[in-house]
Unconditional design. Structure first.
Length: 230
């Protein structure tokens, strides 16, 4: 290594030092003084921190008595974060998931449960209930154990102000979810969802928006899409 390359390497290390210190400090803070948001991220799931912050910010500014719906709950990471944003209000989050076998992209999801540390869909549901109890969110997060279309067909909880779709990711199922919840939503409502990086999700959302002149599409945070109903 030449003296000039050594100098460049030293400058790079010096420049990176503050970021390493910040990262270490953040890890220490999360381990020793975890926030509620940090604790939600310990729940098994795939929702990113930026998405949790986005969901909580949306729910916080909804009017009191507003209804939020999540389609696809798993163990409750995002549903409970939104429930936290309801704490102390009369807002509610309805967590909709059948907690049953389904096939996505030709793969039975039960074949992957072991790698996620669970043995059955009943285990996942019971984990959600334990998490809800651990965070004392029973008054604000209401589970509906049904498929999205069934729950929408029997819906009797007022027009949802916000719907977050993170259920079945196949094109036809995303389209069906969008259709039924759009019809239940008033003007000014918001439909959002996860996994914009999935081609099937992205295509379904874009095609749906193209057929609905009352909707505008935005990408508010990482891997997230949002439709505002005018």
């Amino acid at each position: 290594m030449t003296s000039s390359s050594k100098g460049v390497d030293l400058r790079d290390r010096v420049a990176a030092f503050p970021f390493r210190v910040f990262d270490l400090a953040r890890r220490y803070r999360r381990r020793c003084f975890p926030t509620r948001l940090d604790k939600f991220q310990t729940i098994h799931g795939w929702t990113l921190e930026s998405q949790l912050r986005y969901l909580m910010s949306i729910v916080r500014v909804l009017p009191d008595r507003s209804t939020t719906v999540e389609v696809g709950v798993w163990q409750g990471r995002s549903a409970l974060a939104m429930g936290e944003a309801c704490r102390g209000t009369r807002k509610l989050v309805y967590a909709i998931d059948p907690w049953q076998e389904y096939v996505q992209g030709g793969v039975a999801i039960s074949s992957r449960l072991k790698e996620w540390g669970v043995s059955s869909f009943e285990d996942i549901y019971q984990a959600f209930l334990r998490n809800r109890q651990a965070f004392n969110l029973e008054p604000w997060v209401i589970p509906i154990r049904a498929r999205s279309l069934e729950a929408a067909a029997a819906w009797a909880h007022g027009s949802p102000a916000f719907v977050f779709i993170d259920g079945h990711h196949d094109y036809d199922m995303v389209t069906a979810d969008l259709t039924v919840w759009y019809d239940l939503m008033p003007s000014g409502g918001i439909i959002a969802g996860d996994d914009w990086n999935w081609e099937s999700v992205r295509s379904a959302v874009e095609d749906f928006v193209a057929r609905q002149p009352t909707l505008s599409l935005s990408l508010p945070c990482e891997n997230t899409w949002q439709l505002d109903k005018r």
